[in-house]
Write a protein that binds this ligand. Structure first.
Ligand code: HEC
Length: 251
């Protein structure tokens, strides 16, 4: 084999390997894009303990009004390392709810409609539809507004029909405008949690909702790890093989 041809082949193989590496290593950007004024969600999908806490908060604080029709309890258990018994004890409310059931709201839709004027939407895919940063910002952006029926408004979702479910933990925020008309929130009455603790809790919750909107993301990540490992091993083998071939040629 001529040296030139050899070079060309090796060049092509290296380029292909590099391209594969680049493709696998680059972060996948979720649809939705950037919206001005949103705070970056502090979430870590590799942190199983955080996702477990998030699942707990979701069940305890959101399922009373919202559902998550696409999420099954046993799938959460499998993905987040909880046994069926742990899922039953920690996440399932009501004796009639099965381990294989989807997450249903405990409030009948008709009752919710009378209470809030709208039926609270299903939250299965919200993290994907709105984006994790939007969710994180929204859940932290409630403020006191006596003009609204529930006494609260939201800086990210104007005139929202949802009450601030975390008012005890977060405390009461008020809206102010500076000389340029820029709106900002400040804490008028502290809650039971410090702002850092509160942000941490919302991070856990948004992490769980991000996982819920695309449960395969966890498997994809661990699969990606193996694929990269395989490619690295293959690279070493091919390199050794190349040395072996070239030894004869160079002689
Ligand atoms: C007391 C009932 C109630 C509880 C509890 C509740 N919500 Fe809501 N939520 C609503 C209602 C009603 C709406 C619809 C608001 C509207 O469209 O104006 C809503 C809307 C939302 C939206 C906007 C969805 C969209 O895309 O338009 C999100 C996100 C949301 N809720 C998240 C949560 C999370 C997370 C929790 C748990 C921490 C929670 N909610 C708990 C009643 C509730």
């Amino acid at each position: 084999m001529s040296t030139l041809k050899n070079r060309a082949i090796w060049g092509a193989i290296s380029a292909a390997c590099l391209a594969l590496f680049a493709m696998l290593a680059s972060p996948v950007h979720a649809a939705g894009g950037h919206v001005a004024g949103l705070v970056k969600a502090e979430i870590d999908l590799g942190d199983t303990a955080s996702l477990q806490r998030g699942a707990q908060i979701f069940v305890d604080r959101c399922l009373s009004c919202h559902s998550a029709n696409l999420m099954r309890y046993n799938r959460i258990g499998q993905d987040l390392g909880l046994s069926d018994e742990e899922v039953k004890a920690r996440l399932i409310r009501g004796a009639e709810v099965k381990i294989g059931s989807t997450m249903q709201s405990t409030m009948p839709a008709a009752l919710a409609k009378t209470a809030f004027g709208v039926v609270p939407p299903d939250l299965s895919l919200t993290a994907r539809a709105r984006g994790s940063d939007w969710l994180y910002s929204y859940l932290r952006a409630f403020y006191v507004d006596p003009a609204r029926p529930l006494g609260v408004n939201n800086l990210v979702f104007k005139d929202v029909g949802m009450p601030n479910v975390f008012w005890r933990e977060q405390g009461e925020q008020v809206l102010s405008k500076d000389a340029h008309g820029v709106e900002a929130l400040s804490l008028a009455k502290p809650g039971s949690m410090s702002p850092a603790e509160f942000d941490g809790m919302i991070g856990d919750l948004v992490g769980f909702m991000t996982y819920m909107a695309e449960p395969a993301v966890l498997q994809r990540k661990s699969l990606g790890f193996w694929v990269l490992g395989f490619l690295a091993a293959l690279f070493v083998l091919l390199f050794l093989l190349k040395q072996e071939y070239w030894r004869d040629i160079k002689k």
